[in-house]
Design a protein around this ligand. Structure first.
Ligand code: ZN
Length: 180
């Protein structure tokens, strides 16, 4: 819409080289005004819709769990390049617009079970030996993204949306992945 508007302005500016009469230029000018009005109306409708969504109820549910694993950051050129271990804390957060008959968005126990099942292959392992970390550095960021991608569909099947996975390497250092 915006490019159409700019195009129409361009025609008006170059009206002499296009051989347009004053009347024709005026008609095009009117057309460009209509295009501009349409564009403003559309953005107003969009804002109105966004506002309506913003006011809707939303529940956010999180669980935390822990797994133990070793890793080393390839090419880090520091102490994290050497093999070392962490007790990784993992937080999984989901959102729901409504609750079931029990007043739950999703059972905490179910969410934790699904998370622990996803983590099972990483627990007490050397992450660098496990796909996809054989090629990709097992950083907190990459672990958070891989967990998110592995859990998204399974969690979605329960009518809630996975919004964020956070992975702590230590009490004071963590990374989160979400899809904006
Ligand atoms: Zn580390």
């Amino acid at each position: 819409m915006r490019s159409l508007q700019i195009g129409l302005y361009g025609i008006i500016i170059k009206r002499f080289s296009y051989g347009l009469s004053l009347k024709q230029a005026a008609a095009i000018w009117c057309l460009s005004m209509i295009v501009q009005y349409e564009a403003k109306s559309r953005s107003a409708i969009k804002r109105q819709r966004a506002g309506t969504t913003r006011g809707m109820p939303m529940y956010e549910i999180s669980i935390q769990t822990v797994f133990s694993a070793a890793h080393r950051l390839r090419n880090y050129q520091g102490d994290c390049e050497a093999l070392h271990g962490h007790n990784w804390k993992v937080q999984v957060t989901v959102q729901a617009r409504k609750l079931n008959d029990l007043g739950l968005a999703i059972d905490f126990k179910l969410l934790k079970k699904m998370t622990n099942e996803t983590l099972a292959r990483l627990d007490h392992a050397c992450l660098n030996d496990i796909a996809p970390f054989c090629d990709m550095n097992p950083s907190s960021e990459n672990i958070a993204r891989v967990l998110f991608e592995e859990m998204k569909a399974g969690i979605g099947a329960y009518g809630v949306s996975l919004v964020r996975v956070s992975v702590w390497e230590s009490d004071n250092a963590w990374a989160s992945y979400f899809e904006g």
